[in-house]
Design a protein around this ligand. Structure first.
Ligand SMILES: Nc1ncnc2c1ncn2[C@@H]1O[C@H](COP(=O)(O)OP(=O)(O)OP(=O)(O)O)[C@@H](O)[C@H]1O
Length: 236
């Protein structure tokens, strides 16, 4: 099922264009990487796909429904984790649990399932033991993990991640790729991830979307490459 469709999109900031002729499709149940050099408009592409930005020209459609016909839920982890400075007052547990409010009203009472999914997400990213720590005291890689946990706790149909493995050590990165692969293959989620570490993650992917500079005037366009997505976990 087609979740995101972008056709011939043009976009820029103020009157400076940065994306030209961008056409991509994202299907449910795919693990897709978006790659390209710094400033190639990868973040911009994600924001357009999610409807955060509106294209100058062309068409962007985000399906309102998932493959089961329910309302599509989207988890987004942005690049801006530096916002959690030393004074950020929440604990890890409170922050990740707050993701559960995204499913339903902000004023509803949390149920046992909400606590269960919060714990599960924190365990998945290896941060359960640190759950009472203040966010402002965490390292960059730890902050990244709890942002991922908050998105996972929402059980999103579509998970959109902007350079999520930044600040993670190598072992953590591979654990993270495996976790995302599992989310796609076992839970039917769709994962779209901006990355600069393509070589590492490629065995886990179904597809790569690449942003390239166009020769005439620095405009960008997309090419897509299919991958095997046949990563086999150790012991399988
Ligand atoms: N809010 C903004 N206002 C003006 N220009 C912007 C804004 N955000 C991004 N840009 C410009 O748009 C272009 C694409 O930026 P974008 O952040 O999408 O690139 P990126 O591929 O994600 O980069 P990186 O790999 O460095 O994170 C860049 O030239 C950037 O300077």
């Amino acid at each position: 099922m087609l979740l995101v469709s972008m056709q011939n999109v043009e976009f820029g900031y103020s009157d400076v264009p940065c994306l030209h002729g961008a056409s991509i499709d994202i299907f449910s149940g795919e693990f897709v990487a978006v790659t390209g050099p710094n400033g190639a408009s990868k973040t911009t592409l994600l924001k357009l796909a999610l409807g955060v930005l509106q294209p100058w020209k062309g068409k962007v459609e985000l399906s309102p429904y998932n493959s089961e016909g329910s309302k599509l839920s989207v988890g987004y982890v942005s690049q801006q984790i530096a916002a959690f400075n030393g004074g950020f007052p929440s604990t890890i547990l409170e922050f990740v649990r707050s993701g559960r409010y995204v499913r339903g009203s902000w004023f509803r009472k949390l149920k046992p399932l909400d606590h269960e999914l919060t714990e599960q997400a924190l365990r998945q990213v290896g941060m359960w033991e640190l759950r009472y720590r203040k966010i402002g005291e965490l390292s960059g890689g730890q902050k990244q993990r709890i942002c991922i946990a908050r998105a996972l706790a929402q059980q999103p149909d579509l998970l959109v991640l902007d350079e999520p493995s930044t600040g993670m050590d190598q072992a953590s990165r591979f654990g993270f790729y495996e976790l995302m692969h599992h989310q796609v293959k076992e839970h039917g989620r769709t994962v779209v991830m901006v990355t600069h570490g393509l070589t590492e993650v490629q065995p886990y992917l179904d597809r790569i979307i690449e942003l390239e500079r166009k020769e005439e005037g620095g405009w960008k366009c997309c090419t897509t490459t299919s991958c095997s997505g046949h990563f086999a976990p150790v012991g399988s």
